[in-house]
Design a protein around this ligand. Structure first.
Ligand SMILES: [Zn+2]
Length: 330
């Protein structure tokens, strides 16, 4: 009996295994029976307060336990490498990042771990900015992350700061953009424009890009062309935003997933990630990449096995810097 899933998984194994291009291992497994009861129902702002409390109290050993548990589980799921975001801000300081260095060293022979800063408190406030620069000076980072919403009202300054740091320190830059499945978001466009402004073509990856699918076809085409000019690549985390809430706003009909099949048709590189694993944001998420890939292929009607294998393997190695990235797709 022919099972396409088996064929797909075998091919991924042959090509070196899954790459999980986007995750938050430092917060993995922070959901517990107690906090699951209460915190999952909190308003988002109260969740942030809860997470801050965890981050303030967590020791480097706590963080190490989370990251190591995530790596072990990833290996079990056939993942050979990953890039994890690690919180770097005035709440947790460099504790989580120090734990990540240790985890990277411990697992260097079995698992390729890439470490990217996560700036939940923005990068413009002088104290947050100084910490990010410390992390770069200590050579703790493989890549720099951005979250434009964290510096609301100063999104362009936020991007300019991380892109210029990427240029100075010769690092790849990964940015959470267009996450909300909302046609008012145009963050990918801004990211592509600022990438070209800073001459960072081929070194920048957009994570999510869900809201692109809310815009009309003409605009989407423009975004893909601009992204191609900027050498932007993309990471889709299919289960991460599939829980996007029903809204009354009218937009083109689509599933709440990165429009990966259109991006690929326009010559863009798309990889895949798990995003959160067993934390208070996504308590049921396991980090199983085969499941993420299945969601992507079903949500977008992508049945070409070679394309799916590339998304799961080679494209991941390109966007997390395991292999040299030359800008566009093939
Ligand atoms: Zn994320």
């Amino acid at each position: 009996m022919f099972d396409p899933n088996k064929k797909l998984i075998n091919k991924i194994k042959e090509r070196g295994g899954f790459i999980n291009s986007h995750a938050h291992f430092d917060r993995a497994f922070t959901v517990t029976e107690d906090n699951m009861e209460e915190v999952v129902h909190y308003h988002l702002f109260d969740k942030w307060a809860f997470i801050d409390k965890f981050k303030r109290q967590a020791t480097t050993q706590d963080y190490l336990r989370n990251i190591v548990s995530a790596i072990r589980m990833q290996i079990k799921y056939g993942v050979s490498g990953a890039q994890t975001f690690i919180d770097v801000d005035t709440v947790c300081g460099l504790k989580a990042l120090e734990a990540a260095q240790e985890a990277k060293r411990l697992y260097k022979d079995n698992f390729k771990l890439k470490i990217c800063s996560q700036a939940l408190k923005g990068v413009i406030d002088p104290k947050q900015n100084a910490l990010l620069r410390d992390a770069l000076e200590l050579d703790y980072l493989d890549a720099i992350a951005g979250l434009p919403r964290a510096d609301r009202g100063r999104e362009q300054d936020h991007l300019d700061e991380i892109l210029s740091l990427g240029k100075v320190y010769n690092k790849r830059v990964h940015v959470h953009v267009d996450q909300l499945n909302d046609n008012l978001e145009k963050e990918t466009e801004l990211l592509a424009r600022r990438t070209m402004h800073w001459g960072m073509e081929g070194k920048v990856t957009a994570v999510h890009g869900i809201s692109i699918a809310c815009h009309p076809k003409e605009y989407r085409r423009e975004i893909y062309k601009m992204s191609r000019d900027a050498g932007l690549s993309f990471i889709s985390c299919p289960t991460a935003w599939i829980d996007s809430r029903r809204e009354e706003t009218l937009t083109p009909t689509h599933n709440a997933v990165t429009p990966a099949e259109e991006m690929i048709a326009h010559g863009l590189v798309v990889a895949i990630g798990s995003d959160n694993i067993h934390d208070v944001y996504k308590s049921y998420s396991t980090g199983e990449m085969a499941l993420e890939l299945k969601f992507l292929l079903e949500a977008l009607h992508m049945y070409d096995i070679e394309t799916l294998v590339d998304i799961a393997t080679k494209n991941g190695r390109l966007v997390i810097g395991m292999e040299e990235f030359n800008g566009g797709g093939e």
